[in-house]
Design a protein around this ligand. Structure first.
Ligand code: MN
Length: 211
């Protein structure tokens, strides 16, 4: 698998997300997840009894982790495969034309129903992001066949909520220190506030409609 291309220039999210962070995040971190995933997929392909797993596509493979028999390959698929899909998802969640609030029908109305208002959703998502302990992600997900289909959740490391069949991530914030330390050091709150300025709500709403 190739490193997914960034849908905008490295400096496009300035001043909210800085160019230096975007470069190291994409060219180093996302590249490393891609390389390690490719290595794990090669190892699966080399095993006649496991090679069918390498063919199912990384999103599906992440839902079939227990079928990977070798523990170290399984861990590599989980960590690097999760990092691969999460970063492609994360970078595509931001846009130089992003920010603001979601309005109108569809997802905006569902967020109002689930959280009371867009402002309260934003408060809850921000609070969850500030409280997450260790490296991981905070997500807005849509869970099919749930009485409260829209909710906020978190995952450790590079786990994705989509590892659970029926759970569709709509928005996710990378809360690994590499996502913000270069510019904000320990001020995670500044990073979370900057993220709100670049969220591509059209993309998030499109994910909701598809779910
Ligand atoms: Mn990251």
């Amino acid at each position: 698998l190739p490193l997914p291309t960034l849908p905008y220039e490295y400096a496009a999210l300035e001043p909210h997300i800085d160019e230096a962070t975007m470069r190291v995040h994409h060219l180093s971190h996302h590249q490393t997840y891609t390389d390690k995933l490719n290595k794990a997929l090669s190892a699966l392909r080399a095993d006649p009894e496991q090679k069918h797993l390498a063919k199912m596509g990384i999103d599906t493979l992440l839902q079939h982790l227990p079928e990977v028999s070798d523990a170290s390959i399984r861990k590599a698929v989980q960590n690097a495969g999760g990092g691969y899909v999460n970063h492609a998802f994360f970078f595509a969640s931001m846009s130089p034309d992003g920010g603001g609030a979601l309005e109108g029908e569809g997802l905006a109305a569902e967020l109002d129903k689930a959280f009371g208002s867009f402002t309260r959703f934003k408060q809850s998502f921000t609070l969850a992001s500030l409280e997450l302990f260790g490296s991981g992600w905070v997500w807005l997900v849509y869970e099919r066949r749930s009485e409260a289909p829209l909710h906020i959740t978190s995952t450790p490391n590079q786990d994705t909520p989509a590892m659970t069949p029926g759970v569709v991530p709509l928005l996710g914030i990378d809360l690994w220190e590499h996502a913000y330390y270069l510019k904000h050091q320990s001020r995670r709150k500044d990073y979370v506030e900057a993220f709100w300025e670049v969220i591509d709500w059209l993309e998030v709403a499109r994910r909701f409609e598809a779910a």
